[in-house]
Design a protein. Sequence first.
Length: 105
Amino acid sequence: MRKAKVIINDDKLQVSSEILRALAHPLRMKILEFIDEHETINVNKIYNTLKLEQSITSQHLRILRSAGIVETVRDGKFIHYKVDYDKVTNAMKAIGAFLITSSKR
């Protein structure tokens, strides 16, 4: 007996998978935590302090930005990054709800 029809919104699934992919990488989490500690910070400070290559840092920031997890603010020639706390909070709530639901099975 079938309980309910499963309807998947492809657009929402794509956005959700980008967010989860962005959050699932240890180095991106380290970068995100570093940005969180400073509220807003430029890319030079991120890669110099974390001792990363500039290109790798930029690549990971691009993924975080494209997932909407970080926002950018331009100040002259510098681009500052800050965490989009609403997006991160919503993602964490969704993950928590999924884990609670799947543990009840």
